[in-house]
Design a protein around this ligand. Structure first.
Ligand code: S3P
Length: 458
């Protein structure tokens, strides 16, 4: 009887698994003028910094993705008033050190960014807090951040440097000089946030500069922060202080989301799409520069500044792409775009590769592994390289089999492979689309609206 029951159970589990599958098929063209959700990195930073500023922060263009929604819930648990409206979000800041304790666990969902930034925020408050997350986040190593936070004096308990993590609180942290060897905007930002509530001058030597949204926002709300560029490095100095002053912020479209939608137009015949108001911060546009080198038909127009960030419209037209090789530094600056780059590489003429992407192993999934397995399932010629991959393209659709892709609950892997199916004669099925809500809740409807042949039926 037990055996029978477990067999039924397996059938049920398989049925449930199928419910989350989604397939993508060849599409005749993609066309339209669209806007995409606000930048996720900036949305998370504005919420956290707005919570500890004095006064009201009104945000326009926030991304209501799962990562952001979870963060809002956590800030509310910590005593911050956040009102979600359709076109704006309003935060009433409580001041640095003004957060209140909660007995509830802080559920960080899938978000590495929110986890790291919040560890920085809570490591010197007057209470204990426990961080937990979903399966993918609970597998990610936080050691590179725990190390400097402990050096500042933070008391952090965790097994294997992974979630669940308990921040003990109740103690002051002190400034440090941090020579950052591994490029990570999350770690840099966490230390900057921790330094606000640490008396004296914290210095970060950023050997490979990464996205600088935290620095831009901190300057805007009155933090005493200075950034000096010395050759390739950034030397960032920040003073602990009493008050930040809330400012209204407009958030432009997420360039990493634009990269995915735009790439779909590049590989689908007879396509032209315009994505309006995309964030074009120079630390985020490496992928678009690489596209130009790959012979992509893209144009950047209407450039302007909004809330101290560069913004523009981008047009993407069907293109004959050529392969390209990416070095370590380039990879560090387009870390979130490596999945979609790998898909474009399969449609490009000649070989492409990337190396030095060790950080890719500690993302929402081990992206080198997920990409290798997914491309291999599509029978693409792909070889493992030093922390990277070499991919052979043939200038057009080169997928000869229907393929089922394991996403490992990684939103960027799911979206990248769905885009691949749009320009392929064979069908691509991804095993779980729920993860896409992590960053891009309206991805499927937006893509269908511009002509994508996506369907629930496999
Ligand atoms: C992010 C930084 C990057 C990026 C992530 C978002 C951020 O991670 O991959 O999606 O908002 O600071 P690392 O800090 O690990 O490079």
């Amino acid at each position: 009887l037990n055996l029978l029951f477990s067999k039924d159970n397996n059938i049920l589990i398989n049925k449930l698994k199928k419910l989350n599958q989604f397939s993508s098929k060849q599409s005749s063209s993609l066309n339209g003028v669209i806007e995409i959700p606000g930048d996720k990195s900036i949305s998370q930073r504005v919420l956290i910094l707005g919570s500890i500023a004095i006064g009201t922060t009104r945000i326009k263009g926030i991304s209501y993705s799962d990562d952001v929604n979870n963060l809002i819930k956590n800030l509310k648990l910590l005593g911050v008033k956040v009102i979600k409206k359709k076109t704006s979000t309003i935060i009433s800041g409580v001041g640095i050190g003004g957060l209140s304790s909660t007995k509830k666990n802080l559920y960080m969902g899938n978000s590495g960014t929110a986890t790291r930034l919040m560890l920085g925020l809570l490591c010197n408050q007057n209470f204990e807090a426990k961080f937990i997350g979903d399966k993918s986040l609970s597998n990610r190593n936080m050691h590179e951040l725990i190390k400097p936070l402990r050096k500042m004096g933070a008391k952090i308990n965790s097994k294997n440097n992974k979630l669940p993590i308990i921040i003990k609180g109740f103690n002051e942290t002190m400034p440090i000089i941090y020579n950052q060897k591994i490029p990570s905007a999350q770690i840099k930002s966490a230390i900057l946030i921790a330094s606000l509530n640490s008396p004296g001058l914290t210095t970060i030597i950023e050997n490979t500069p990464t996205r600088n949204h935290t620095e831009i926002l901190l300057k805007k709300i009155g933090a005493k922060i200075q950034i000096k560029k010395i050759k390739e490095k950034n030397i960032i100095k920040i003073n602990g202080q009493k008050e930040l002053n809330a400012k209204d912020i407009v958030i432009a479209g997420d360039p990493s989301a634009a990269a995915i939608v735009g790439s779909a137009a590049l590989i689908t015949p007879q396509s032209e799409i315009k994505i309006k108001k995309v964030n074009m911060n120079k630390t985020r546009i490496t992928f678009f520069n690489i596209l130009k080198k790959m012979n992509a038909n893209i144009k950047i127009i209407n450039e302007k500044k909004i809330s101290n960030e560069q913004v523009a419209d981008i047009t993407f037209k069907s293109s004959n792409l050529k392969g390209i090789h990416l070095g370590k530094k380039t990879v560090a600056n387009m870390i979130d775009e490596i999945p979609i780059f790998s898909i474009l590489a399969t449609f490009a003429e000649g070989n492409s590769s990337f190396i030095g992407g060790n950080e890719l192993k500690n993302k929402e999934s081990n992206r080198i592994k997920s990409l290798y397995e997914g491309l291999t399932a599509c029978k693409i010629k792909v070889k493992k390289k030093m922390d990277g991959l070499q991919i052979t393209g043939n200038g057009k659709d080169n997928i000869f089999v229907n393929a089922k892709i394991k996403t490992y609950y990684d939103h960027r892997i799911a979206m990248a492979f769905l885009v691949m199916g749009l320009a392929s004669k064979k069908k691509i099925i991804v095993d779980n689309i729920n993860c896409i809500k992590t960053s891009f809740p309206n991805f499927l409807t937006l893509m269908k609206d511009i002509g994508a042949n996506f369907s629930k039926k496999n």
